[in-house]
Ligand binder design. Structure first.
Ligand code: PBG
Length: 323
């Protein structure tokens, strides 16, 4: 049967009817808020490429985490900016490293906050790559060894979840083994499983000072043209012990999120990355659109595609907009 019997507009006639048949609803509990912590500063410092986002000294980072938790956001994802970088990112392993200090401080302020720590070397290496360089190439297995040590160090500081973002092969397995060996069997792994080599990370690299000093990340991050490979990456990570898998970026990869959701019965996270955030901010500043409407439309599409968890710099704003 079709028109005039069928009239879809009947269900769009009022706000209340539209609410009744709405299929996707954002909630603060869907979100994780990324927080940058820096050892180089003693007061919060605005990140130019990301209007509204700051780098924090670790004590202020804990206050910020508590502020967003009170808005209904369950947790934060921490990125550290250390004073000292070297070829192997050794600073990332220290118990008094910037992220380790932040984790302990957040747990002091409010132990309920879900603390997720990024596991990667690019913020800690002087060359800016996500791993150890041998003969001009990122050495997979040498890197995996260090990443597993880093994850155990973050777990020892109190992280609830570790989140490897390096895209080395076999790192989830190595991290799970190292965590278990050191008594952290309850620390979960959220793996950046399908992380693409994307131009949308530009503002983050300014924020974290993590741009590669030579070459690019195409030898480890995924080719944006590939979808089948994303399914392969995600299934490997689930086999290796990932508790949550992630697709990143989100907006240009909604098809990947949808595929992952239909194929795998584990929580799917999507990272609404820095470039996606800053595009909306700058468009709104140029009066090309309304920030709230643009952001909510994008984030709703990410959830509609199938994301169970959305990592977003807009998370705190969303929680306020939804009040
Ligand atoms: C570290 C890392 C990056 C992001 C998260 N973890 C940068 C990169 O891979 O270059 C990007 C996040 C964002 O753009 O918001 N490997």
């Amino acid at each position: 049967m079709s028109f005039p019997i069928n009239r879809p507009r009947r269900l769009r006639r009022s706000d209340a009817i539209r609410r009744l048949v709405r299929e996707t609803r954002l909630h603060p509990s869907d979100f994780i808020y990324p927080v940058f912590v820096s050892e180089l500063i003693d007061r919060p410092e605005p990140i130019e490429a990301m209007p509204g986002i700051f780098r924090y000294p670790y004590k202020d980072a804990a206050k910020e985490a508590d502020r967003v938790f009170k808005l209904g956001i369950p947790g934060v994802l921490l990125f550290g900016i250390p004073t000292h970088k070297d070829a192997t990112g050794s600073e990332s392993l220290k118990q008094d490293g910037i992220v380790q200090n932040t984790i302990r401080e957040i747990k002091n302020v409010n132990p309920e906050i879900v603390v997720i720590a990024d596991v990667c070397l690019c913020e800690y290496t002087d060359h800016g790559h996500c791993g150890i360089i041998n003969n001009g190439e990122v050495d997979n297995d040498a890197t995996v060894y260090i990443l597993a040590r880093q994850a155990a160090s973050l777990a020892a500081a109190g992280a609830d979840i570790v989140a490897p973002s390096d895209m080395m092969d076999g790192r989830v397995k190595a991290i799970r083994a190292d965590l278990d060996k050191n008594g952290f069997k309850n620390t979960a792994i959220m793996s950046y499983s399908a992380k693409y080599c994307s131009a949308f990370y530009g503002p983050f690299r300014e924020a974290a000072g993590s741009a590669p000093q030579f070459g690019n990340r195409k030898g480890y991050q995924m080719d944006p043209a590939n979808a089948t490979e994303a399914i392969k990456e995600i299934s490997y990570d689930i086999d290796e012990g990932a508790d949550i898998v992630m697709v990143k970026p989100a907006l240009a990869y909604l098809d990947i999120i949808a595929k992952a959701k239909s194929r795998f019965d584990i929580p799917i996270a999507a990272y609404n990355v820095s470039g996606e955030y800053s595009m909306v901010k700058l468009a709104a500043q140029a009066e090309l659109g309304d920030e709230k409407l643009l952001a909510l439309e994008i984030l709703t599409s990410i959830k509609r595609a199938g994301a169970d968890i959305i990592i977003s710099y807009h998370a705190a704003d969303v929680a306020k907009w939804l009040e």
